[in-house]
Design a protein around this ligand. Structure first.
Ligand code: GAR
Length: 208
């Protein structure tokens, strides 16, 4: 049975992309990464894709006159790669309703907090951990959710809690949340949705 075809969208360092690449054939059995797209041509994530021999494209958001033009180019890449599932792994461009509505329950995002805490517009990367420390929470974590038109507002798929420790800085907390939650949850969630895609395909084949 052929694996679900996964496209991973990135903007930065790509440690979550690396976790997905490393999980292939292990925690991620039912899906295969066939494309990486970055909205930042300098993202280190692009080098991780190249090192793993996965086709990688840079589509700099600022190179397009509008969000519509950017999303049209992105859709063309996804269609050419025949992507079944899109995984946002530290991807910082907010996608429009027009885009997300075309992929119901087929776009996953990883967010570095326990949604609904510290999420929505402006909460990304280190800012999320700065906000958690400023509020004084004792537990934070990560969430994988389906993506809809509301930033961080789609249905929750998986969550994992991580302790905040005395003396934490945003950087220390970010690293702990990545190690203890993000790098485990994202491959697990990609596997869950990939399994659904593979099963759906088998059912469709049987009735076509
Ligand atoms: C990760 O912590 C991810 O959860 C976060 O950006 C980081 C990207 O790191 N995403 C968001 O904040 C989205 N709202 P990475 O490039 O090393 O995977």
């Amino acid at each position: 049975m052929s694996a679900a075809r996964i496209a991973v969208l990135v903007s930065g360092g790509g440690t979550n992309l690396q976790a997905l690449l490393d999980a292939q054939g292990k925690a991620l059995q039912s899906g295969r990464i066939v494309l990486v797209v970055s909205d930042n041509e300098n993202a280190y994530a692009l080098r991780r894709a190249e090192a793993a021999n996965v086709p990688a494209r840079a589509l700099a958001r600022k190179g397009f006159p509008s969000q519509e033009a950017f999303e049209a180019a992105l859709r063309a890449e996804l269609d050419a790669a025949k992507a079944d599932l899109i995984v946002l792994a530290g991807f910082l461009t907010i996608l429009s309703q027009d885009f997300t509505a075309r992929w119901p329950r087929r776009i996953l995002n990883i967010h570095p907090s326990l949604i609904p805490a510290f999420c929505g517009k402006g909460f990304y990367g280190l800012h999320v951990h700065e906000a958690a420390l400023a509020r004084g929470v004792k537990v934070t974590g990560a969430t994988v959710h389906f993506v809809n038109e509301i930033p961080d507002g789609g249905e929750i798929v998986l969550q994992k809690a991580v302790d905040v420790l005395p003396g934490d800085t945003p950087e220390l907390l970010q690293r702990r949340v990545m190690e203890q939650a993000e790098w485990l949850l994202l491959p697990q969630a990609a596997e869950l949705v990939s399994q659904t895609i593979v099963k759906e395909r088998a059912t469709n084949d049987r009735f076509s």
